[in-house]
Design a protein around this ligand. Structure first.
Ligand code: FRU
Length: 606
């Protein structure tokens, strides 16, 4: 029997005994060593006589937050934890780590929760916290947090064969709050291991988004190969929010971070002042920091990573301004088929995306170490044409001069309502970025990173076939676990519309089509499964395409997501979907002329 169940049974027994005895507090102090006292004004004291490694806290996802302070003696230890402690029912548990006090007496000051809340009956001291997956909608080859809320990817760097991914993590619930940098690692960008939380909130606030650099030549003086992380310290207060920039460094390859003693290193009176992206600008021999400030990006320079000088700002009258600008990045990329390189400024915006809510726009131009100049000022360029790719940023120090990007596969419009609870939030698959030229302008090409092919199981191929009206494939895979890649090549012979519908036996479907005269790829997820949890979820997303004769499409499905890459990544569309069973049927329909499916290969997840 696992510890989780054992503890649960134990607790149930104790509750029964307490009720029989008519005790005012639920717990038998002898067995659980836990005592609860309810005071005035929704104030409560939980006293634990001998702490175990964790106290498991019962959460009700949609309940208001309560404040939890750990108290040793008469002093608060650490920062406040805002936890949606269960009032009516328990949705799941989160672990409060008390290992520093194991075997000792420790108390909790819990504020904003009445005596009648069910929470008091469900607090569980435990030596373990069960991370086994309980979610049918957890993607299998995309990164997800082992538990709790996740938004933006942060501080990504590559070192000695390992990709490090930090992320906006709430270790105390599956909704936004208590932001820390969760940490996962991978050697192949497909399989991820959760390493715990690496940077925790402190006196300056929560740990918002940011970036890391590997300081190979010890330019900052923290040590050769030190990993230096920059993040926004975000302090909400009754007088409004305050955001400053802070630094922490790691001397153990990103496992643990030491916070710089003179934090914060950069302050401002601006309210939205965040998401530092730092990189080394070799020609100028200096560091560059980009910050998202309101609706512009500010560019700073530094010789030592601690003192920063403002050089310029970018944004006025450029691109989309339907919302606040966030999570900047600035990378130099090769242009496919040429010897040319261009700088690309990545700018996440929320709201104001092309299909509502969050999205990633970008600008292509030049950068002289201090100032970015956009060379195509009239057109807003979107990196992904779905609803679920946000906060896209790139890996520092990626191998072979690659530029590898990762997005948060979600949208602020409905992220808190997604139908999962043990975890909430997933990342896209990794994408290699380059530029291509079309009609005299430069655009981003986001190709699936080649590592993703390691996820491929045994290929199932369908022989070439022609579609005049409709062609149905009843069973894509004999055993379909909802995680597979599909590679499709189509030769158009005059069709004006090429339709592809992925569906299941419940009639849930993802309807996709090429609108040939308009040169568009369209995806409709309005009947894809569970969609009613938010009025913003059902959607039709549209991407501009180049080639309507020779169609190349790669589709990645992973339980609750679909990513479409056309023309090698010249257009990308990422959407979450929540089907009640895997899509295992595929039908093709042609309007007017016909087309030939030259090849159709399916790779179930290995
Ligand atoms: C983007 C964002 C960032 C911020 C973080 C907070 O999704 O709003 O600007 O740092 O999320 O979690």
């Amino acid at each position: 029997m696992n510890n989780w169940i054992k503890n649960y049974k134990n607790t149930t027994r104790i509750i029964c005994i307490s009720l029989l005895m008519g005790a005012s507090c639920w717990a038998n102090a002898q067995e659980t060593k836990l005592d609860v006292r309810h005071l005035a004004s929704e104030q409560n004291i939980v006293s634990i006589r001998e702490a175990k490694k964790y106290l498991l806290m019962p959460v009700e996802d949609q309940a208001p937050e309560s404040r939890v302070y750990v108290i040793k003696g008469n002093d608060r230890i650490g920062t406040v934890k805002n936890i949606r402690l269960a009032r009516q029912h328990v949705d799941y548990y989160v672990p409060l780590d008390l290992s520093d006090f194991a075997g000792e007496a420790v108390s909790l000051d819990i504020q904003g929760l009445s005596e009648s809340a069910v929470c008091w009956k469900h607090l569980k001291p435990s030596e373990t916290f069960d991370l086994k997956n309980r979610e049918k909608f957890r993607p299998l080859y995309h990164h997800t947090p082992a538990y709790g809320w996740m938004n933006d990817p942060n501080g990504m760097f590559y070192q000695d064969g390992t990709y490090h991914l930090y992320f906006q993590h709430n270790p105390y619930g599956s909704t936004w709050g208590n932001l820390a940098w969760g940490h996962s690692t991978s050697t192949d960008l497909v399989h991820w291991t959760y390493e715990g939380d690496a940077v925790m909130p402190d006196a300056w606030g929560m740990i918002f988004s940011g970036s890391s650099v590997v300081d190979k030549e010890n330019r900052a003086g923290f040590g050769e190969g030190a990993v230096i992380a920059f993040y926004t310290s975000a302090k909400p207060s009754p007088w409004g929010d305050c955001q400053t920039q802070s630094l922490a460094y790691s001397l153990d390859k990103g496992k643990t971070f030491i916070k710089y003693e003179k934090n914060p290193i950069l302050v401002s009176k601006e309210r939205d002042f965040r998401d530092p992206k730092v990189f080394w600008y070799a020609p100028g021999k200096h560091w560059v920091m980009l910050l998202a400030v309101g609706q512009e990006m500010q560019i700073f320079s530094s010789k030592n990573l601690k003192e920063w000088k403002k050089e310029s700002s970018f944004g006025a009258k450029q691109g989309a301004h339907g919302g606040v600008w966030e999570c900047p990045d600035l990378v130099e990329l090769p242009v496919e088929g040429t010897k040319e390189k261009k700088w690309v400024l990545i700018c996440n915006i929320n709201p104001g995306g092309p299909f509502g809510g969050s999205a990633t726009q970008y600008f292509v131009g030049t950068f002289d170490g201090k100032k970015f100049t956009n060379e195509s000022p009239t057109q807003t360029k979107w990196m992904d044409w779905g609803k679920d790719n946000y906060a896209t940023v790139t890996w520092n120090n990626a191998p072979d001069d690659r530029c590898i990007a990762l997005g948060w596969m979600s949208n602020w419009q409905y992220q808190t309502l997604l139908p999962t609870s043990q975890y909430r939030g997933a990342n896209t698959i990794a994408r290699d970025l380059t530029l291509y030229l079309a009609d005299g302008d430069y655009f981003l090409q986001s190709a699936p990173s080649p590592e993703i092919e390691q996820a491929r199981g045994e290929k199932k191929s369908f022989p070439k076939f022609k579609v005049r009206d409709t062609y149905e494939i009843e069973s894509l895979l004999p055993e379909n676990k909802g995680a597979y890649e599909m590679v499709i090549s189509i030769q158009n012979a005059g069709a004006s519309k090429i339709e592809l519908t992925l569906s299941n036996t419940k009639g849930e479907k993802i309807y996709m089509y090429y609108n040939v005269p308009r040169k568009q790829f369209v995806m409709d997820r309005s009947e894809s499964g569970l969609v009613n949890f938010s009025q913003d979820f059902p959607a039709v997303t549209v991407a501009p395409i180049h080639d309507t004769d020779d169609i190349q499409l790669r589709l990645f499905l992973d339980r609750s997501s679909i990513e479409a890459f056309g023309e090698g990544g010249k257009y990308v569309m990422t959407n979450r979907v929540f089907p009640s069973e895997a899509y295992n049927r595929l039908s093709f329909t042609s309007s007017r002329g016909s087309f030939t499916v030259k090849s159709l290969d399916i790779y179930p997840l290995k």
